[in-house]
Design a protein around this ligand. Structure first.
Ligand SMILES: NC(=O)c1ccc[n+]([C@@H]2O[C@H](COP(=O)([O-])OP(=O)(O)OC[C@H]3O[C@@H](n4cnc5c(N)ncnc54)[C@H](OP(=O)(O)O)[C@@H]3O)[C@@H](O)[C@H]2O)c1
Length: 366
């Protein structure tokens, strides 16, 4: 009996010492970037010392080890993103790190787990709700360019074990968007021709998913060197959209005149007509981006005649993220990280993103 009591006491000591150690290591303040208003110019990045908020009930404190940039973050800092203006918001939706402490009642995670935040904190599964956009990190809510983030346990997923924090941080927006477009909504099958536009975050992850699924990706780029990199990743067809402005003709040639079954349409107004002309019978276009501005016509009759679908995609749910992670783990996929910047160099990371001189994803280590 005594021995039994002793071992319970020892167990409790271990449990409490672990929790204590985790809290003790957590500093009171942290380095964090915020977006300070720059009037009509949008915002500027401001590095501040901010308090670390202890996790409350059902909350998890994450030590953010990597955060990644999306084109959205350039639109936001320039004041061109359709969100209510809010000063001092913490930027970047995408981040990954380790659990530093958990609040009362947390059941999904333990101290030390490797996690990533989900883009829409309130979209767990099924259809998005009317308030889903108000739960986007780095937009409506404070984001991940911060050494610590305190989030509800429902707003996190476990990272695939073979991924580094830098690789994991590429997934919440770009990865889930590509997955939602190709798989959840597009129902991509092995053997499908898949069209990707440009070699940015969404498109390169889409290329990797297509290759792993046994589909046949065709990708466009303004750079022959980037097209070579895409070929090395498994693209079956590459087209330079600068030197071949009517690139739908090349897509039709590459597909034996049949067209593609899937398009991740990130280009927007200027690329949509080419994407529609590239589409085969029963195909799906996922409307995702507006790199050349948003807009464009949807030719109803032509799409009907091809039994085609056009899907509006706005990232995806936690269920999409978890399904994607299972696929990434099964295929041991490694997202392509072009460059990693230290926290102090966040401005340079933004500049590289804006320049377009990268392939895949850009990451910052907070
Ligand atoms: N709806 C959603 O949920 C969602 C989610 C993620 C992203 N997006 C949107 O999708 C788009 C892509 O996002 P991202 O983060 O993947 O961008 P990104 O990483 O910045 O990718 C930019 C790349 O796209 C290519 N590109 C630029 N302008 C182009 C054009 N006019 N036509 C074709 N390709 C062009 C270029 O590739 P090359 O250098 O190879 O030419 C460029 O490097 C953005 O508009 C973004 O806002 C939407």
């Amino acid at each position: 009996m005594n021995r039994y009591r002793l071992s319970i006491a020892a167990l409790l000591a271990v449990v409490f010492s672990t929790a204590y150690a985790a809290t003790e290591q957590t500093p009171a303040t942290q380095k964090q970037y915020q977006l300070a208003s720059a009037g009509k110019e949008g915002y500027v990045l401001k590095l501040v010392d901010a308090p670390v908020r202890s996790p409350g009930a059902h909350e998890v404190l994450v030590r953010v080890r990597a955060a990644s940039l999306n084109r959205r973050d350039i639109f936001i800092i320039k004041g061109q993103y359709p969100m209510g203006k809010r000063d001092n918001i913490v930027p970047l939706s995408d981040g990954a790190g380790e659990v530093a402490a958990v609040g009362p009642g947390v059941t999904r995670f333990h101290v030390g787990d490797h996690v990533a935040a989900i883009f829409f904190q309130s979209w767990v599964s099924g259809h998005p709700g009317p308030d889903t956009p108000q739960s986007a990190l780095g937009g409506a809510l404070d984001g991940m360019l911060s050494q610590y983030a305190t989030l509800n346990e429902q707003g996190l997923v476990a990272l695939p074990k073979h991924l580094s924090f830098e690789e994991g941080a590429t997934l919440p927006c770009a990865g889930v968007t590509a997955w939602n477009g190709l798989v959840t909504r597009g129902h991509m099958q092995a053997g499908d021709y898949v069209l990707l536009e440009g070699t940015g975050g969404v498109s390169v992850l889409g290329l990797q998913f297509a290759v792993a699924a046994g589909a046949k990706p065709i990708i466009t780029s303004s750079s022959d060197a980037k097209l070579e990199r895409a070929k090395a990743l498994g693209a079956v067809g590459t087209i330079n959209y600068k030197t071949t402005p009517d690139w739908e003709k090349s897509v039709l040639e590459l597909t034996g005149g049949l067209g593609v079954q899937q398009v991740l349409e990130v280009g927007g107004k200027d690329t949509l007509p080419h994407a529609i002309a590239s589409l085969g019978s029963g195909g799906n276009i996922s409307l995702i981006g507006g790199l050349s501005s948003f807009g464009g016509d949807i030719p109803a009759l032509a799409l009907m005649g091809r039994n085609a679908t056009v899907s509006g995609i706005y990232v995806g749910s936690r269920a999409d993220f978890e399904a994607m992670n299972a696929f990434i783990a099964e295929h041991k996929l490694k997202p392509v990280v072009d460059r990693v910047f230290e926290m102090a160099d966040a401005q340079a990371a933004y500049a590289l993103m804006e320049s377009g001189n990268f392939f895949g994803k850009i990451v910052i280590r907070p």
